[in-house]
Design a protein around this ligand. Structure first.
Ligand code: ZN
Ligand code: ZN
Length: 142
């Protein structure tokens, strides 16, 4: 699939396009991501905010106090689909929820973070570098 990449929420009220294919993608296994996604982990695809453009609809926001800063979640007010997160200290970087892209087949393999909170049935390949806590805390081979 070629750029720009497009995506949107479940109900179609919100549409967006991104003009860069960031290469950094995380699968976060923390409790907050499990709650937010209603699943086993959350995916975050980091890209410059200038490379994200809302093309239809509006996003509602929800601010959560994280361990060290406010994390803002932006979502469709109609269907609740989370579109992206931003950090208070990095307002120009977006963590897109890449499952909202129309085509997800090209997404790179994620780096696993906060695996200390991972569900016990989530398996990581032998020798793969994973992060028990955040990426900034450094790697921790299994
Ligand atoms: Zn929607
Ligand atoms: Zn998380």
């Amino acid at each position: 699939m070629s750029q720009p990449y497009e995506g949107g929420c479940q109900c179609g009220a919100v549409r967006y396009k991104i003009t860069s294919a960031a290469t950094v993608i995380y699968a976060c296994h923390c409790n907050h991501c499990q709650t937010q996604s209603g699943s086993a982990f959350g995916l975050s695809f980091r890209l410059p905010g200038a490379h994200f453009q809302l093309t239809k609809g509006e996003l509602k926001t929800y601010d959560r106090q994280g361990d060290t800063q406010i994390i803002r979640g932006s979502f469709c007010a109609d269907c609740g689909t989370r579109i992206h997160h931003t950090l208070e200290t990095q307002p120009n970087v977006i963590s897109l929820k890449p499952g909202t892209l129309d085509d997800t087949t090209w997404l790179p393999k994620p780096t696993n973070v906060w695996v200390r909170g991972a569900q016990p049935w989530v398996a990581f390949p032998d020798g793969e570098v994973v992060y028990r806590k955040s990426f900034a805390d450094g790697p921790d081979a299994l």
